[in-house]
Write a protein that binds this ligand. Structure first.
Ligand code: FAD
Length: 476
């Protein structure tokens, strides 16, 4: 009798606890991925995630083939598809790794119940986090709302579990159930092919994930603490989409980085900061697990009456990278080009949307959801609430990022702006973050005509700052 393994956000063969458990039954294993556009509601995959998913499933399918089996693809409501597939193959046991967003927890609970009612066994494991969201508790037994004590408690929790031996061989069933063809799912863009430039930057799949970690440890890791805030340098790991799709686990990262630290290959001071960022991800998961409506509702109640404005024009200027603030526009255009944006710049563009433009953080969150290859239900939600000042351990609302000084500090030579905002590529560093203050001859020499080749700022900084403070005053 076969068992069924359901791939979800764990598209890897190494360190996959539930897949390992399925194989250890000694029964033939049928593996499946279900593309479910219905159950997630608003949280259905966005466009950029579709591109990544296609590439990642393609790679996973090949790995499973090499291991001696086949990845079955099915589309539809997973609550119907999984029981139907169990019937098709005559499986008596289903395995999966757990998920933590509200819709996922509810769907998995309901399915587990109905399968168990039909005498089908269900085994679920933790394949996504260092610790389960309910493991790290305050002294009074509740979840943390502040990161630093959470991080301390995580470290004090003791040993992160060992990695689980990878799968190199798999026994499939004597005959396979029917499978969709990945190319029929239409996940890749056609006309226009906006993901063409993604191909140059990313290598989706388990191998690509390990390569990204290796490249990081061989280079930027040494100076991560200082360079992680510099969008003009490749100072971070770019592991986020790999982690989101589960092509690598935080447990693998934890052990590999710690080993490098012990061997003296990565300085402790740098490695520790990197692992603390991985722990921010854990913190986000803890937050969404314990506050299941967080993607819709502000954690801080007073913000639920915030007087957000509505302006399609301003929202579009932000989305297209046409705000007239170079660092903001560079970030939004990096997002178009790569499906990813540097963390420092995510903070700058996020702050600009909610404070300079007074637009609702949910608008930003949903735009990121559609355009990021690492769009993640926990990190995206928690980070947007953080930047809007309404989340846990959030940046206080009245601390308003100044896009000019942020640009000057973190992109001092303007290389990041020049890379993504073509129109400003000949602007000298001195004026690249404030082109509206540049003397006419400087603009002329750089071929910049404000309002024509590059926009004038869509809001005036000082006024916008005051408006934001006034809006905050109204809910205080
Ligand atoms: P590194 O610096 O190399 O960090 C390693 C890993 O740690 C990351 O891959 C990520 O999993 C985790 N991490 C790093 N920084 C953070 C952080 N601030 N919060 C939580 N986890 C972190 N991250 C996502 O994965 N998905 C999102 O949808 C997402 N949306 C964001 C929205 C906003 C408004 C902001 C300000 C941040 C968002 N982040 C999101 C967090 C962060 O920007 C990215 O995780 C990071 O830029 C990914 O790049 P990296 O892999 O090179 O990070």
């Amino acid at each position: 009798t076969p068992v069924l393994f359901w791939f979800r956000q764990d598209l890897r063969l190494d360190d996959n606890p539930a897949l390992r458990a399925a194989i250890e039954t000694g029964q033939p294993v049928v593996t499946v991925f279900v593309l479910d556009d219905e159950t997630p509601g608003d949280m259905a995959y966005g466009g950029a995630s579709h591109w990544w998913l296609h590439r990642s499933l393609d790679s996973l399918g090949n790995q499973i083939k090499e291991a001696g089996s086949k990845l079955i693809l099915r589309r539809g409501d997973a609550n119907d598809v999984i029981p139907k597939l169990i019937d098709d193959v005559g499986a008596n046991h289903v395995f999966w790794n757990r998920r933590y967003a509200k819709w996922q927890v509810e769907a998995d609970k309901a399915l587990k119940q109905s399968l168990e009612d039909d005498d089908i066994k269900v085994t679920s494991c933790n394949g996504r986090l260092l610790y389960e969201p309910w493991d790290i508790k305050t002294k009074s037994g509740g979840p943390y709302r502040v990161f630093t004590p959470f991080w301390k408690a995580l470290k004090a929790e003791g040993k992160v579990r060992d990695t689980v031996t990878g799968i190199r061989k798999m026994d499939g069933p004597s005959s396979y159930p029917k499978s969709d063809k990945l190319s029929d799912w239409g996940l890749l863009p056609t006309k226009p092919n906006w993901a063409k430039s993604f191909e140059e930057v990313w290598e989706p799949g388990e191998k690509g994930a390990m390569n990204a970690l290796r490249d990081f440890l061989d280079g930027p890791a040494d100076s991560y603490k200082d360079d992680r805030n510099r969008p003009d340098r490749d100072g971070t790991s770019r592991l986020s989409p790999h982690l989101h799709f589960g092509e690598i686990s935080p447990v693998q990262i934890w052990h590999i980085v710690r080993d490098k630290m012990s061997a003296g290959d990565v300085p402790d001071s740098q490695g520790d900061v990197f692992l603390s960022e991985v722990a921010w991800r854990e913190f986000s998961y803890s937050l969404i697990y314990h506050n299941p409506d967080m993607h819709k509702k502000e954690l801080m109640e007073k913000f639920r009456d915030f007087p957000w404005k509505q302006s399609k024009k301003k929202l579009e200027a932000w989305q297209k990278g046409q705000t007239g603030y170079p660092i903001v526009d560079a970030g939004m255009r990096q997002l178009w080009r790569e499906g990813w944006m540097h963390n420092r710049v995510r903070m700058i563009v996020g702050s600009f949307l909610v404070k300079h433009l007074l637009l609702d953080w949910r608008e930003g969150m949903m735009w990121f959801w559609d355009t990021l290859v690492d769009a993640d239900e926990a990190n995206n939600t928690a980070s947007w609430q953080w930047i809007a000042g309404c989340g846990a351990d959030a940046a206080p609302y009245f601390r308003i990022f100044n896009p000019m000084t942020q640009g000057e500090k973190f992109d001092p030579d303007g290389d990041y702006v020049r890379k993504y905002v073509e129109e400003l590529k000949d602007m000298p560093a001195k004026h690249i973050h404030t082109p509206w203050e540049a003397p006419k001859d400087v603009l002329k020499k750089a071929g910049v005509e404000l309002g024509k080749t590059y926009p004038e700022p869509i809001v005036e900084h000082k006024q916008a700052r005051q408006d934001a403070l006034d809006a905050y005053q109204s809910i205080k």
